[in-house]
Design a protein around this ligand. Structure first.
Ligand code: XUL
Ligand code: CO
Length: 435
């Protein structure tokens, strides 16, 4: 029986670029073949339970604005209603995946045993709904940053009892993710960082976090979870400084604890900008290390400098992101999660649908532009030409030689390099032909 929340809203269909319907896909056609693969299988869209259903519309200056029928989220009856509404939205959108934190699904119980049993209860309920609809779980994760017990961190907490509570919580969330056939398990270090060095032993905290992540990997193998473990970089918010600052920091961290072959990265557009990078920088760096796992495709407001988690709406930016995803071979277990929320004035059920439809269309346009650039090969050819000198045998031999031998060769051959244009504007103009 329908909850009635989306009454009057039909399943969203692909109608093509000329459609004037307010709720139609103009560019996202799941069955369209792009570079030999269905668009749905390239993009692997996921809806985020926390922003779409759990967030009540509050901000630092004011309380909830949404007043959904399942608010306040303080009992299991309303948790089930929230799940019913979520799966009704999945039917309308037709996106293949969703993602959750434990606390999005059911109310925090205040003690571990009840947290675990209610998580098992609600994820059994989700399992039944998934069987009926075919919607799959892209990833599960534990919220270890909202409740006051986590205020000084989870795995990095100075109190070992909090470390224990965190380990118990992650085990429960991994079990639930595995039970639901989740394709990845994510760890975003919400309060794994510090507020002041005056009370922080950074070395000990990072060692605890490294050991914690190793335990996650060990447990994944123990239960035969064949999904990917993903870490999500973010420089700050809520901690003043977070240990998973950006992709480069995470790569160093994973290598230090011997986890580089086991853990990949979930890279979020907004977090990349907060770290002072572009999204494509973060993606390309992770790809170069073989650590590109999945993406959170939500942007921030460029004026406010906050993590505003808005739906994507900039095709050129999204195109460059998918260019690097496609160049790296595309997603395997990963996908495109909308870790994005409505603006707090967007009260209507229709706003929730419109936000996702628009975002999926922007991503579809970006993907198609990226594929067209790759198929045309202009950027690849320019790159090959720029680095062509390294194909010469003497250039390759130099990498196995030493400074003295190289100096002798420079003197002998009178090497005196002539600078060549980097042709940036020409390449930017090239990209603009496709977006
Ligand atoms: C916070 C954030 C999280 C993670 C999952 O900025 O991005 O929602 O994606 O914990
Ligand atoms: Co995120």
């Amino acid at each position: 029986m329908s909850t009635g929340f989306f009454d009057g809203i039909d399943r969203v269909r692909y109608e093509g670029p000329d459609s004037d319907s307010p709720l139609a896909y103009r560019h996202y056609d799941p069955d369209e073949i792009v570079m030999g693969k269905r668009m749905e299988d390239h993009l692997r869209f996921a809806v985020a339970w926390w922003h779409s259903f759990a967030w009540e519309g509050g901000d630092p200056f004011g309380g909830p604005t949404f007043e959904r029928p399942w608010h306040p989220q303080d009992d299991m009856g309303r948790a089930r209603m929230k799940a019913d509404v979520a799966f009704e939205m999945f039917e309308i959108l037709g996106q293949p995946f969703y993602c959750w934190h434990d606390v999005d699904l059911r109310p925090e119980q205040g003690n571990f045993a009840d947290n675990l049993s209610t998580l098992e209860e609600i994820t059994d309920y989700l399992g039944e709904k998934m069987q009926g609809t075919g919607t799959r779980l892209l990833w599960g994760t534990a919220n270890m940053f909202s409740h006051r017990r986590w205020m000084s961190g989870a795995a990095t907490n100075p109190d070992p009892d909090v470390f224990a509570f965190a380990a118990a919580t992650v085990k429960g969330c991994m079990d639930a993710t595995h039970k639901l056939g989740g394709q990845n398990y994510v760890l975003w270090g919400g309060r794994e960082g510090y507020e002041t060095l005056l009370n922080t032993d950074m070395g000990a905290e990072m060692d605890h976090m490294g050991r914690f992540l190793s335990m996650v990997v060990e447990y994944k193998h123990k239960i035969g979870f064949d999904g990917t473990i993903l870490v999500e970089p973010k420089p700050q918010e809520p901690s003043k400084h977070q240990y998973d600052f950006d992709v480069a920091t995470c790569i160093g961290f994973l290598r230090k604890y011997g986890l580089e072959g086991e853990v990949k990265l979930n890279i979020e557009q907004g977090h990349a900008i907060l770290a002072g990078h572009s999204f494509e920088h973060e993606l390309a760096l992770a790809a170069a290390e073989g650590m590109l796992g999945s993406i959170d495709m939500n942007r921030n407001d460029y004026q406010s400098g906050w993590d505003t988690d808005q739906f994507p709406n900039n095709v050129p930016e999204v195109a460059l992101a998918y260019y690097h995803v496609l160049k790296a071979g595309g997603f395997t277990t990963g996908g495109t999660n909308f870790d994005a929320k409505l603006r707090r004035q967007s009260l209507d059920a229709e706003d929730l649908i419109a936000a996702h439809v628009g975002a999926m269309d922007v991503c579809a346009r970006g993907l198609k532009a990226a594929a067209a650039m790759l198929e045309d090969g202009g950027l690849e050819a320019a790159l090959a030409e720029r680095y062509a000198g390294w194909q010469r045998p003497e250039a390759q031999a130099m990498l196995d030689s030493d400074l003295a031998a190289i100096q002798a060769r420079v003197l002998d051959e009178g090497i005196n390099p002539a600078p060549r244009s980097g042709r940036q504007e020409r390449l930017e103009n090239y990209v603009n032909r496709f977006v």
